[in-house]
Design a protein around this ligand. Sequence first.
Ligand code: AMP
Length: 212
Amino acid sequence: MKLLLLGPPGAGKGTQAVGMAQSLEIPHIATGNMLREAVAAQTPLGMQAQAMMAAGDLVTDDLVIGMLMDRIASPDAEGGFILDGFPRNVTQAEALAATLNENGLDAAVLVMVHDDDIVRRISGRRTCPNQHVYHTQDNPPASTDVCDIDGESLFQRDDDKEDVVRNRLEVYRDQTEPLVAFYRYLGLPIHEIDGVGSMSDIQSAILAAIIE
Ligand code: AMP
């Protein structure tokens, strides 16, 4: 199964994708996570992406498309995958369609959340260096600012600060949201899921929609 997760930053796509990947036994491919790893490792790609990410802008297509194509060509992605954070614009969607050819995507899940809730969610988000994600109110770690899974210190991503979040939302509206119409036009099933509620209820709604 090849699935796409769509929705604004802060909709909870990453959290939901982790659960979906476990249930469906397919890899979760998140370009944001891959780019943050590249920045942390200071690879040539990471060094080029760093400033664009810190500003909340999209990393240029030439960098992201190559990275994603390599990832979906790896053996563990042969049986399908969940794409989270890619494509972010029509150029990326077209590159993906050209690569997948006739064995294209099976469905998209659109996680919907209002803007007010997005700012609250992102500003409360805390992350560990291994990309485990918490929320100060909705999903706090057992002990403040320490990751339950690996004991690392939690921090706020630079691009989760309020002014950068506002830019990320604008970029989403301008460049990424039009993909909903793009995929509808192509006839891809798009399951609209209310992203407000408990993590497990949202997860059940997503799984019910795609397995139906
Ligand atoms: P995310 O974790 O998906 O919110 O992504 C964090 C940041 O990584 C974004 O604000 C972009 O700067 C960059 N990024 C992630 N995925 C892409 C993509 N497909 N195209 C361009 N930039 C991306």
